[in-house]
Design a protein around this ligand. Structure first.
Ligand code: NAD
Ligand code: ZN
Length: 357
């Protein structure tokens, strides 16, 4: 057995209000001639957070529209524009949810790697280290702040750039930034973390490393979504750390069926990651009995509506596209169901599952 040698985020700041320290944190990486580029979720345009971004010299903010999750084309365009305008930059700072954090990681990689980001979707295809990049999450759950991947939709596939150069050089975890997320969205992204835990903890790839992080993340999710009667500041803090631990848990194992199936929805229909996972997980009682039972309880308790009927009226060809995308996620299936996964989840069964959604 060859053990994999993973990088981790080398520097992290945690604390309510820590965002205010951004300027001094990035200062040591600043080259006076080269700007910092802040990629910021468009939802913050004209908001307090944007006013507090410590711009200096030629620094700029690029607002990212997250109506669609990041695409390879958009990443290449941002890189091309930055190269043309500045040549070299001091660093890329992503402020937002999983979409913006992934965009920041991808742009940082592409600043130092030629061609299109589509060339690097996969495992360990990146040749040169990324430029300095910082992640500042504003919604909790994806674990993108800690992971070794940035998920992009390209013309041929939805797949991450998984590489040793992908993780952030610095993360700033400020739970105060997650205030103001719309209730359903906060739940869907929070459930991404819950589902990471269940898929990791019940998977065949499980080991003590993953288990230790997964169990802690699951405890924290249960504390905020099951045990507590009201959401409070402490819940924001707990969920931010749950996201971190959930991300760490899957680093050394894998996710499972909900993710594999949700990738198909996302590729064909553009369904966002969090809600897509919830739509799928809701129907996986047979595979994750305890997790799905608790999930349904949390949905009810928090008065969340899971979208229904999203696959209604799709053609055979469209179902095939989703099935093929999903079937391509081999490690996820293998983690969930073992080496013989194709015998357990036949294409017919998968089609029937999609038809229910
Ligand atoms: P997101 O980043 O798309 O954000 C969801 C919505 O919340 C957006 O409309 C955004 O504008 C809004 N929002 C974010 N912060 C807010 C705030 N503080 N106040 C008000 N609104 C706010 O969603 P997400 O669920 O965080 O991320 C999903 C993305 O993450 C997908 O692209 C998915 O592929 C990716 N992902 C990556 C990893 C990884 O390891 N790299 C893991 C899981 C998911
Ligand atoms: Zn996920």
């Amino acid at each position: 057995m060859k053990f994999r040698n993973f990088p981790m985020v080398p520097r992290v700041v945690y604390g309510r209000g820590s965002f205010d320290q951004t300027s001094e944190i990035i200062e040591e990486k600043r080259n006076k001639e080269r700007p910092f580029i802040f990629l910021v979720d468009k939802v913050f345009k004209d908001k307090e957070l944007s006013k507090n971004i410590p711009l200096q010299g030629k620094d700029i903010i690029i607002y990212i529209d997250t109506t669609d999750e990041p695409k390879t084309k958009g990443i290449d365009e941002i890189r091309d524009n930055l190269k043309e305008e500045f040549g070299i930059v001091s660093g890329i700072i992503g402020i937002g949810g999983g979409s913006v954090m992934d965009a920041a990681k991808a742009v940082a990689i592409m600043m130092n790697n030629e061609g299109s980001s589509t060339q690097y979707q996969g495992w360990d295809l990146v040749k040169n280290p990324a430029v300095y990049h910082v992640g500042i999450p504003t919604i909790s759950g994806t674990g993108a702040e800690v992971s070794r991947t940035c998920i992009l939709t390209g013309p041929e596939r939805k797949l991450g750039i998984n590489s040793d150069f992908t993780p952030f050089d610095q993360v700033i975890l400020d739970p105060a930034l997650t205030k103001g997320v719309e209730k359903n969205q906060a739940f869907f992204t929070g459930m991404d973390c819950y589902i990471h835990c269940i898929e990791s903890l019940t998977g065949t790839y499980l080991n003590a490393f993953s288990k230790s992080y997964g169990e802690k993340a699951l405890d924290l999710c249960q504390k905020v979504y099951v045990q507590k009667s009201e959401w409070d500041d402490e819940s924001d803090e707990d969920l931010m750390m749950a996201s971190w631990h959930g991300g760490m848990s899957i680093a050394y194992s894998q996710v499972g069926i909900a993710h594999a199936v949700s990738y198909g929805l996302s590729y064909l229909l553009g369904t966002h990651h969090g809600v897509g996972n919830c739509i799928v997980f809701d129907r996986l009682e047979k595979y994750y009995p305890e997790g799905v039972k608790e999930f349904k309880y949390m949905v009810e308790k928090n008065k969340i509506e899971i979208p229904q009927g999203i696959c209604k009226g799709l053609s055979d060809e469209q179902f095939d596209i989703m099935i093929n995308v999903s079937y391509g996620m081999v490690p996820l299936w293998e983690n969930a169901l073992g080496k013989d996964w194709q015998k357990i989840m036949t294409k017919e069964k998968l089609r029937a599952l999609y038809e229910e959604m």
